[in-house]
Design a protein around this ligand. Sequence first.
Ligand code: ZN
Length: 507
Amino acid sequence: MVANRFVLLATLINTFLFNGALYSFIASNLDLTTLSGLSIAVSVFVIVFIVNLLFISLIIIITPILVKPFLILTAMINSFALYYMVTYQIILDKTMMGNIFNTRSSEAFELITPTLLLYLILIGIIPSWLIIKTRIKSINRGKIVTQLLIFMVLGIYFLYINSSSWLWIDKHSKLLGGKILPWSYIINTARYYSINLKSSDNQVLLPEGKFLNEKKTVIVLIIGETARAHNFHLYGYPRNTNPLLETAGVLTFKNTSSCTTYTTGSLACMLSYNSREKNAEPLPSYLTRLGVDVVWRTNNWGEPPINVTDYQEASELRKNCIGEGCNFDEVLLSGLSQRIQSSNKPKILIVLHTKGSHGPSYYSRYPPQFEKFTPVCRYEEISKCTQQELINAYDNTILYTDYFLYKTIKILKKLKGIPVMLIYISDHGESLGEQGLYLHGTPYMFAPDFQKQIPFLIWMSNDFTKLKGIKNIPQDNQYSHSNIFHTIIGAFDIKTKIYNRNLDVLH
Ligand SMILES: [Zn+2]
């Protein structure tokens, strides 16, 4: 096949085969029986065609040897990407690319399903095989450039006479851009890494702080995963998903929203003194530097780079853990009481980063006795389950979280004479099929409240309320992840310039 024909064919394949998610978004958001709807749809199609033609022409002109490997590699990745976009309504923007690169391989395996393999064969392997089979003859750069110019002039002319479409395209540009394969993930991966390189530069140290007293204080911060306020009985959910916490005397902060809809963003935000400050020393490192005994225990990942006294992963804690709970979040409680009692520092911060309600395999996040709401969805492939089965499985994870928090409080209550506060806050919420959305990570502007409204609870021991002279704490104000840093600084009685008492919920 002559080279310019090959370019045209590859462009058509790229335009049609890999952009099902883009076209279905257009079909469901536009009335294609009207002239204006149709002209917008064709305009988007023309843009996708021109972008593909431009890049493929450039590659073959500059390095002809790379054009086949490039097309094969992107076809394979596209098949994965398209599957996730269609199944989970995912948008491949820069934060989603960050999520993907932060996913561990064990997590990734949970997502592999028979349908995914079908996508891989039909959209990845078969086109790749055809590309390998095709022999490219006589690469005439002049012809390729001429072809490119002709199509570009025609395309730009078409877009010009249909300029009324631009308003709609511009309004949805972020969503559309995240759906055009392969350019969405290529460009957004580059953007993710360029931003990440910047923030892994040395963190800016926070100003010095002083303890106003040396009284023993223990704070336990439990970071939830994918728990949404909507499914907590404490937040008005009709099902009793909080039978134990209801009896535990916790404060429930009714209007709490997350900073972002993904783990790494929300963790960075809740550990920062200022959510706009991307590169500041995070709370655990700051407190460790000031002399607090900081223990970070994790059954999850995604925290910013931190320096703490003890960093303990679940796999390590599991070695000395006894009982069925060790396979679940309870592993984080193994030896916790002894760790606190053996500390020789007056101020202790324990962070427990849980796996919580991480999807899509909600059913695997809790021991069997917590399967109270049935039947549950047992497929990673959400589309095989009814929405109710999915919600049942999710509600069981909340029921287990209820037990986990209650069990932690019970352990802390036994620390007689030590003032203790426990904070529980989730990193973000979750979509369980509402408006056709699943999981989380939708760009904040478009994300539904289900992904942004999170549970935020506080429990305090009697010794703690006495020590701090706490009486009434308003629970109906607007709160967010920004309150965590300042509430903990306040609870430890640290005098520092960056403390903002307006963000301290106990003040
Ligand atoms: Zn998360």
